[in-house]
Design a protein. Structure first.
Length: 237
Protein backbone atom coordinates (compact mmCIF):
# COMPACT_ATOMS: atom_id res chain seq x y z
CA UNK A 1 0.00 0.00 0.00
CA UNK A 2 1.00 3.64 -0.21
CA UNK A 3 2.94 4.84 2.81
CA UNK A 4 0.84 7.10 5.04
CA UNK A 5 3.13 8.95 7.43
CA UNK A 6 4.40 12.49 8.12
CA UNK A 7 5.68 13.75 4.78
CA UNK A 8 9.00 15.16 6.02
CA UNK A 9 9.90 11.89 7.77
CA UNK A 10 8.93 9.91 4.69
CA UNK A 11 11.00 12.07 2.36
CA UNK A 12 14.09 12.03 4.59
CA UNK A 13 14.21 8.49 5.90
CA UNK A 14 12.07 6.13 3.86
CA UNK A 15 11.74 7.34 0.29
CA UNK A 16 15.46 7.10 -0.64
CA UNK A 17 15.52 3.41 0.31
CA UNK A 18 12.28 2.76 -1.55
CA UNK A 19 13.47 4.51 -4.70
CA UNK A 20 16.72 2.53 -4.60
CA UNK A 21 14.86 -0.77 -4.30
CA UNK A 22 12.39 0.10 -7.07
CA UNK A 23 15.17 1.19 -9.43
CA UNK A 24 17.07 -2.07 -8.91
CA UNK A 25 14.04 -4.37 -9.13
CA UNK A 26 13.50 -6.52 -12.22
CA UNK A 27 9.75 -6.73 -11.50
CA UNK A 28 7.45 -4.90 -9.11
CA UNK A 29 4.45 -6.99 -8.09
CA UNK A 30 1.26 -5.08 -7.25
CA UNK A 31 -2.06 -6.55 -6.15
CA UNK A 32 -4.31 -4.72 -8.62
CA UNK A 33 -4.13 -2.66 -11.83
CA UNK A 34 -5.66 0.29 -9.97
CA UNK A 35 -2.92 0.39 -7.34
CA UNK A 36 -0.17 -0.02 -9.92
CA UNK A 37 -1.51 2.83 -12.04
CA UNK A 38 -2.21 5.25 -9.20
CA UNK A 39 0.57 4.79 -6.62
CA UNK A 40 2.75 7.93 -6.82
CA UNK A 41 6.00 6.05 -6.19
CA UNK A 42 5.36 3.67 -9.08
CA UNK A 43 4.82 6.32 -11.76
CA UNK A 44 8.45 6.12 -12.93
CA UNK A 45 8.41 2.32 -12.97
CA UNK A 46 5.22 1.38 -14.80
CA UNK A 47 7.01 -0.90 -17.26
CA UNK A 48 8.24 -3.06 -14.38
CA UNK A 49 4.87 -3.52 -12.70
CA UNK A 50 3.13 -6.89 -12.82
CA UNK A 51 -0.33 -7.50 -11.34
CA UNK A 52 -0.78 -10.62 -9.22
CA UNK A 53 -4.02 -10.30 -7.21
CA UNK A 54 -4.31 -11.68 -3.70
CA UNK A 55 -6.33 -14.84 -3.26
CA UNK A 56 -7.76 -16.93 -0.45
CA UNK A 57 -8.04 -20.63 0.29
CA UNK A 58 -11.46 -22.15 -0.25
CA UNK A 59 -13.20 -23.54 2.81
CA UNK A 60 -12.89 -27.29 3.36
CA UNK A 61 -16.15 -28.84 2.05
CA UNK A 62 -16.25 -31.03 5.16
CA UNK A 63 -16.81 -27.92 7.27
CA UNK A 64 -19.67 -26.48 5.19
CA UNK A 65 -22.54 -28.22 6.99
CA UNK A 66 -21.42 -27.00 10.43
CA UNK A 67 -20.83 -23.53 8.99
CA UNK A 68 -24.33 -23.41 7.50
CA UNK A 69 -25.93 -24.55 10.76
CA UNK A 70 -24.09 -21.90 12.74
CA UNK A 71 -25.00 -19.26 10.13
CA UNK A 72 -28.68 -20.08 10.64
CA UNK A 73 -28.27 -19.62 14.40
CA UNK A 74 -26.61 -16.24 13.90
CA UNK A 75 -29.44 -15.07 11.65
CA UNK A 76 -32.06 -16.17 14.19
CA UNK A 77 -30.22 -14.38 17.00
CA UNK A 78 -29.97 -11.16 14.98
CA UNK A 79 -33.60 -11.26 13.78
CA UNK A 80 -32.73 -8.39 11.40
CA UNK A 81 -30.71 -8.01 8.21
CA UNK A 82 -27.00 -8.31 9.08
CA UNK A 83 -24.28 -5.90 7.95
CA UNK A 84 -20.85 -7.41 8.64
CA UNK A 85 -17.51 -5.65 9.10
CA UNK A 86 -14.24 -7.53 9.60
CA UNK A 87 -10.96 -5.76 10.33
CA UNK A 88 -8.71 -3.99 12.78
CA UNK A 89 -10.38 -1.22 14.74
CA UNK A 90 -8.03 1.54 13.61
CA UNK A 91 -8.76 4.98 12.12
CA UNK A 92 -8.33 4.20 8.42
CA UNK A 93 -10.97 1.45 8.51
CA UNK A 94 -13.80 4.02 8.83
CA UNK A 95 -15.91 2.12 11.38
CA UNK A 96 -16.94 5.43 12.98
CA UNK A 97 -18.62 6.33 9.67
CA UNK A 98 -20.37 2.98 9.55
CA UNK A 99 -21.85 3.69 12.99
CA UNK A 100 -23.23 7.00 11.72
CA UNK A 101 -24.63 5.29 8.63
CA UNK A 102 -26.61 2.86 10.81
CA UNK A 103 -28.98 5.59 12.02
CA UNK A 104 -32.38 4.93 10.49
CA UNK A 105 -31.22 1.67 8.91
CA UNK A 106 -33.26 -1.48 9.53
CA UNK A 107 -30.23 -3.67 10.18
CA UNK A 108 -27.81 -4.86 12.83
CA UNK A 109 -24.05 -4.43 12.37
CA UNK A 110 -21.71 -7.17 13.53
CA UNK A 111 -18.19 -5.80 14.03
CA UNK A 112 -15.45 -8.43 14.03
CA UNK A 113 -11.97 -7.42 15.12
CA UNK A 114 -9.93 -5.81 17.85
CA UNK A 115 -7.89 -2.64 17.93
CA UNK A 116 -7.07 0.53 19.84
CA UNK A 117 -10.35 2.25 18.86
CA UNK A 118 -12.73 -0.37 20.24
CA UNK A 119 -13.68 1.44 23.46
CA UNK A 120 -14.04 4.75 21.65
CA UNK A 121 -16.24 3.18 18.98
CA UNK A 122 -18.45 1.55 21.61
CA UNK A 123 -18.87 4.97 23.24
CA UNK A 124 -19.61 6.52 19.85
CA UNK A 125 -22.33 3.95 19.17
CA UNK A 126 -24.03 4.94 22.42
CA UNK A 127 -23.71 8.67 21.59
CA UNK A 128 -25.33 8.09 18.19
CA UNK A 129 -28.14 6.03 19.67
CA UNK A 130 -27.28 2.93 17.64
CA UNK A 131 -25.76 0.78 20.39
CA UNK A 132 -28.76 -1.55 20.13
CA UNK A 133 -27.94 -2.15 16.46
CA UNK A 134 -24.26 -2.96 16.95
CA UNK A 135 -22.47 -6.02 18.29
CA UNK A 136 -18.72 -5.74 18.86
CA UNK A 137 -17.61 -9.36 18.64
CA UNK A 138 -13.86 -8.91 19.02
CA UNK A 139 -11.57 -11.55 17.55
CA UNK A 140 -13.31 -14.76 16.48
CA UNK A 141 -11.93 -18.14 15.44
CA UNK A 142 -11.94 -19.22 11.81
CA UNK A 143 -15.04 -21.42 11.95
CA UNK A 144 -17.12 -18.67 13.54
CA UNK A 145 -15.84 -16.14 11.00
CA UNK A 146 -16.84 -18.41 8.12
CA UNK A 147 -20.33 -18.69 9.63
CA UNK A 148 -20.59 -14.92 10.02
CA UNK A 149 -19.78 -14.44 6.34
CA UNK A 150 -22.50 -16.96 5.46
CA UNK A 151 -24.98 -15.37 7.84
CA UNK A 152 -24.64 -11.75 6.80
CA UNK A 153 -26.76 -10.03 4.17
CA UNK A 154 -24.16 -7.41 3.25
CA UNK A 155 -20.44 -7.01 3.83
CA UNK A 156 -19.12 -3.48 4.36
CA UNK A 157 -15.59 -2.07 4.10
CA UNK A 158 -15.85 1.70 4.77
CA UNK A 159 -12.09 2.47 4.70
CA UNK A 160 -11.00 6.07 4.27
CA UNK A 161 -7.33 6.08 3.16
CA UNK A 162 -5.10 4.39 0.60
CA UNK A 163 -3.68 2.21 3.35
CA UNK A 164 -6.53 -0.08 2.29
CA UNK A 165 -4.76 -1.33 -0.81
CA UNK A 166 -6.93 -4.33 -1.68
CA UNK A 167 -9.28 -5.55 1.06
CA UNK A 168 -8.80 -9.31 1.24
CA UNK A 169 -11.85 -9.48 3.52
CA UNK A 170 -13.91 -8.56 0.45
CA UNK A 171 -12.80 -11.82 -1.15
CA UNK A 172 -13.87 -13.77 1.93
CA UNK A 173 -17.33 -12.22 1.76
CA UNK A 174 -17.64 -12.61 -2.01
CA UNK A 175 -16.75 -16.30 -2.00
CA UNK A 176 -19.66 -16.70 0.45
CA UNK A 177 -21.91 -15.05 -2.14
CA UNK A 178 -22.39 -11.72 -0.37
CA UNK A 179 -22.68 -8.24 -1.92
CA UNK A 180 -20.10 -5.71 -0.76
CA UNK A 181 -20.33 -2.00 0.02
CA UNK A 182 -16.86 -0.46 -0.09
CA UNK A 183 -15.20 2.87 -0.82
CA UNK A 184 -13.50 4.41 -3.84
CA UNK A 185 -9.90 4.91 -2.71
CA UNK A 186 -8.18 4.68 -6.07
CA UNK A 187 -6.64 1.38 -4.93
CA UNK A 188 -7.63 -2.22 -5.52
CA UNK A 189 -10.68 -1.99 -3.25
CA UNK A 190 -12.94 -0.65 -6.00
CA UNK A 191 -11.35 -2.98 -8.55
CA UNK A 192 -12.19 -6.08 -6.52
CA UNK A 193 -15.75 -4.89 -5.81
CA UNK A 194 -17.37 -3.74 -9.05
CA UNK A 195 -19.81 -0.91 -8.49
CA UNK A 196 -23.34 -1.82 -9.49
CA UNK A 197 -22.38 -5.44 -10.21
CA UNK A 198 -20.96 -7.14 -7.10
CA UNK A 199 -22.08 -4.38 -4.73
CA UNK A 200 -21.61 -0.64 -4.41
CA UNK A 201 -18.51 1.53 -4.26
CA UNK A 202 -19.13 4.89 -2.57
CA UNK A 203 -16.95 7.94 -1.89
CA UNK A 204 -14.89 7.62 1.31
CA UNK A 205 -16.09 9.61 4.34
CA UNK A 206 -19.51 10.13 2.73
CA UNK A 207 -21.94 8.90 5.39
CA UNK A 208 -25.03 9.64 3.30
CA UNK A 209 -23.74 7.68 0.31
CA UNK A 210 -22.74 4.82 2.59
CA UNK A 211 -26.17 4.74 4.25
CA UNK A 212 -27.97 4.96 0.90
CA UNK A 213 -25.99 2.02 -0.51
CA UNK A 214 -26.63 -0.09 2.57
CA UNK A 215 -30.32 0.84 2.62
CA UNK A 216 -30.72 -0.06 -1.04
CA UNK A 217 -29.41 -3.54 -0.37
CA UNK A 218 -31.06 -4.04 3.02
CA UNK A 219 -34.45 -3.34 1.50
CA UNK A 220 -34.08 -5.58 -1.56
CA UNK A 221 -33.40 -9.28 -1.01
CA UNK A 222 -33.52 -9.97 -4.75
CA UNK A 223 -30.74 -7.41 -5.27
CA UNK A 224 -28.74 -8.98 -2.44
CA UNK A 225 -29.04 -12.34 -4.18
CA UNK A 226 -28.14 -11.15 -7.68
CA UNK A 227 -25.17 -9.07 -6.53
CA UNK A 228 -24.03 -11.86 -4.22
CA UNK A 229 -24.08 -14.33 -7.11
CA UNK A 230 -22.10 -11.87 -9.24
CA UNK A 231 -19.62 -11.46 -6.38
CA UNK A 232 -19.10 -15.22 -6.09
CA UNK A 233 -18.60 -15.47 -9.86
CA UNK A 234 -16.06 -12.62 -9.82
CA UNK A 235 -13.93 -14.07 -7.04
CA UNK A 236 -13.83 -17.47 -8.71
CA UNK A 237 -12.79 -15.95 -12.03
Amino acid sequence: SDVIRPSWRYRLFYRPFLRFALSRAVRIVVSSPALGASAPELQDFQAKCKVIPFGIEAQDPADLEATSQRACEIRREANQPIVLFVGRLVPYKGVDLLLEALRGLDAVALIVGEGPLRARLEDRARELGVAGQVRFLGAVEDGELAALYRACNIFVLPSVTRQEAFGVVQLEAMVAGKPVVSTDLGTGVGWVNRNGETGYVVPPRDVRALRDALARLVGDTALQKSMGEAAAKRIRS
